[in-house]
Design a protein around this ligand. Structure first.
Ligand code: SAH
Length: 193
């Protein structure tokens, strides 16, 4: 649909969304809409995942942090994007969803993923510095701690609450100097803070 670039589209083709949604929603797996995964959470629409990953420019060999594993669908796509020499750490606050994601990801031979249970509201200091950080839940303000965990050419993408909706922000470290770009308006579940 034009949201992804070629690299993101190629990675998305390797991951079947039907492997990441509850059995009763499998018939809706290829519809471009968020789907309920339980615990008041949803797996994002593929178009928004495509658009975020395109803006984030995730490359081979990168060290990536994902906050809000959910179903693990985007985790698997990130894993394909960074390749065998890269690594993806994904942190999820709801223990049952960590188990759901782990079971879903077990259908794939992906060896570069670490799932962590906990809050990623402040990033994940243990895994820093990161080349890329992606938030899949909306923060009430810019997650400054996580911004501080970027390396000198790192990028972070985060939906930030702006009242009626949320806005996606792309934060880029350029030699340690931080630049922030506002992107499109979006709707995500709130980040638990
Ligand atoms: N990309 C995921 C999106 C899941 S929705 C997918 O496509 O499946 C966002 C997820 O963020 C939810 O699973 C929710 O439980 C989780 N979450 C909310 N607050 C969090 C926090 N502070 N730390 C880590 N995960 C959090």
């Amino acid at each position: 649909m034009g949201y992804a670039d070629k690299r993101v589209a190629d990675a998305m083709r390797k991951v079947d969304r039907k492997d990441f949604v509850p059995d009763e929603l499998r018939s809706l797996a290829y519809v471009d809409t968020p789907l309920v995964i339980g615990h008041e959470q949803t797996t994002s629409a593929p178009s928004i995942i495509a658009s975020m990953l395109r803006s984030l420019e995730v490359g081979k060999g990168m060290n990536v942090l994902e906050v809000g594993t959910g179903s693990g669908y985007q985790t698997a796509i990130l894993s394909e994007l960074v390749g065998g020499k890269g690594s993806v750490t994904s942190i999820e606050i709801v223990p049952e969803l960590v188990r759901f994601a782990r079971a879903n990801l077990a259908k794939y031979k992906l060896t570069n993923i670490s799932l962590v249970q906990g809050s990623g509201a402040g990033g994940y200091a243990k895994g820093a510095p990161f080349d890329r950080i992606i938030y899949s839940a909306a923060a009430t303000r810019m997650p400054q701690k996580a911004v501080g965990q970027l390396n000198e050419s790192g990028k972070l993408i985060v939906p930030v609450d702006e009242g009626l909706w949320q806005r996606l922000y792309l934060v880029e470290s350029k030699g340690g100097r931080i630049e922030i770009k506002a992107l499109e308006a979006v709707v995500f579940v709130p980040l638990k803070e």
